[in-house]
Design a protein around this ligand. Structure first.
Ligand code: GLC
Length: 477
């Protein structure tokens, strides 16, 4: 089968979040199953020169968008069994950062329209276009919009994956014709209409042949107003084509036995290296070098849905336990300032890195003992899987992919790979943090068993790639 995977970011070319990890590793896994896979991305200015040097120019066209004709260049390169296409337009993509510009709707409307117009330049037409999040939500709409004028594309099926429903691409109704070049019928028939606004994500939910959510629990949660951010109606209406497929991680890249970023290597059979990684982390972050004090870590964007208000409200109680605390991330100033304000009070026991730093994140996954993710919502979450791979035991709230990947410790039989709590409540969170810290101090063998279970879990893409394949087959038959 020929699959075209459309996304707004992918490792190693451009990244702001977990979507980039998925778009950077799922296509390879699909290619391994025998599919012919291509990925299409915007050619951002921030894509490194070393990649740009490897790209070859394919063609350029004028993309029709309403009354405008807009330049789109197409570049391509081959990498690890996958063909990568890049859509070039300097006016839209020669900017700092990937998102957050006043005209993001126009930029990604253009990208989606360009992907459809450029299909004939990408080789034989794909069987399935797999779109991801609101930035590519217009692709299924533009495909349908072109059906009458362009019968060859009628056979192309679409899959739309929801990585995070919070971001929907919602704009005033005047954008429909002016900006997106679509007929008012798309609003009046309810496809794009959301309380009088244009909602791109809703449109994709309505017209795609299949919808997937990035974990089975998230697929369930999306039908509930607490999680769906207003789109529960559209999801319930389309529940018949909604599937939950758990994300994987790149097990080669995240391998403590070979990861070149690590100070010392380790594996389930030889764990000494983890102790050395911990010592190095404590030195690097000016923490007291204490082998027997558990390090609790947060590696996260510092935004509200990550559950940080629970952490802030219970912080003093947590630090009353015999532990150290490390935070890496950036986001809302209030959280950054909260952690900053605590630093002076906890010399040698707490460290904060404001921003994102891949090397330090890896050092934390490897050197910490516990990873805290008390998310209010978490579609899948990758950090808990990476942490487990490096022998760091997760403490999570039972939501989305956290619930699907972290199994709570059961003292009576030693089962589980982490600690979990269900209610969004600081007391419940502290209860399990206390349990984890106690286990670390008083029953190290049981703690080691949890590490072992996490390190030997299969978080590879193999199973999920098979599930996507089954969905592609199903919508094609
Ligand atoms: C989004 C979600 C995260 C998920 C990632 C990849 O970033 O917030 O939970 O793991 O997408 O699907």
């Amino acid at each position: 089968m020929r699959i075209l995977f459309a996304a707004s970011e992918a490792v190693p070319f451009c990244k702001t979040g977990g979507l980039a990890d998925v778009a950077g590793s799922l296509p390879q896994a699909l290619a391994k199953t025998g599919d012919e896979v291509a990925v299409v991305l915007p050619l951002y200015q921030t894509v490194a020169e070393r990649w740009k040097e490897q790209m070859e120019f394919v063609c350029h066209i004028d993309v029709p968008l309403g009354w405008r004709r807009i330049y789109a260049g197409l570049f391509r390169m081959e990498r690890q069994g996958v063909t990568w296409f890049f859509v070039d337009n300097e006016q839209y993509f020669k900017r700092d950062g990937l998102y957050g510009h006043y005209d993001d709707g126009e930029r990604f409307g253009f990208f989606s329209r360009a992907v459809v117009s450029l299909l004939p330049s990408m080789g034989a037409l794909p069987d399935v276009i797999h779109c991801n999040d609101w930035q590519t939500a217009l692709i299924p709409i533009y495909l349908k919009d072109e059906y009458d004028r362009w019968p060859e594309i009628r056979g192309i099926k679409t899959v739309f994956t929801v990585h995070n429903i919070e971001y929907q691409g919602r704009y005033g109704k005047e954008t429909l014709e002016d900006l997106f070049g679509l007929d008012p019928g798309w609003m009046t028939d309810g496809t794009l209409d959301f309380a009088g606004d244009v909602n791109l994500l809703k449109g994709a939910l309505m017209v795609s042949d299949a919808i997937t959510a990035v974990s089975p629990t998230y697929a369930q949660e999306l039908r509930d107003p607490y999680y769906a951010h207003g789109l529960e109606g559209a999801l319930n209406l389309n529940a018949w084509k909604l599937h939950g497929v758990l994300n994987g991680i790149d097990m080669e890249r995240y391998n403590p036995a070979t990861d070149p970023k690590l100070h010392s290597h380790f594996s389930v059979k030889r764990m000494e290296g983890k102790g050395r990684c911990k010592e190095e982390l404590q030195q690097r972050l000016h923490l007291n070098v204490e082998a027997d004090t558990p390090i609790i870590a947060i590696v996260s964007r510092l935004v509200s849905h990550k559950g940080l208000d629970l952490v802030c409200s219970a912080f003093d109680e947590i630090m009353g336990l015999h532990c150290q605390f490390v935070v890496l991330g950036s986001g809302d100033a209030s959280y950054e300032e909260f952690f900053e304000s605590k630093l002076g009070w906890l010399p040698g026991r707490m460290a904060l890195y404001r921003g994102y730093n891949e090397d330090l994140a890896t050092a934390i996954y490897a050197g910490a003992d516990l990873l805290l993710m008390p998310s209010k919502s978490e579609p899948c979450g990758l950090a808990q899987m990476i942490a487990m791979r490096y022998g760091t035991v997760p403490i999570v709230r039972e939501t989305g992919g956290l619930k699907d990947t972290v199994h709570p410790y059961e003292a009576w039989c030693g089962a589980g790979n982490g600690f979990t709590f269900a209610n969004y409540n600081a007391g419940d969170m502290v209860y399990v943090i206390r349990q984890a810290v106690d286990l670390y101090h008083n029953n190290r063998d049981a703690f080691k068993l949890l590490q072992y279970h996490g390190m030997t879990e299969d978080f590879s893409w193999d199973k999920s790639a098979g599930e996507y394949n089954r969905i592609y087959q199903m919508i094609r038959s």
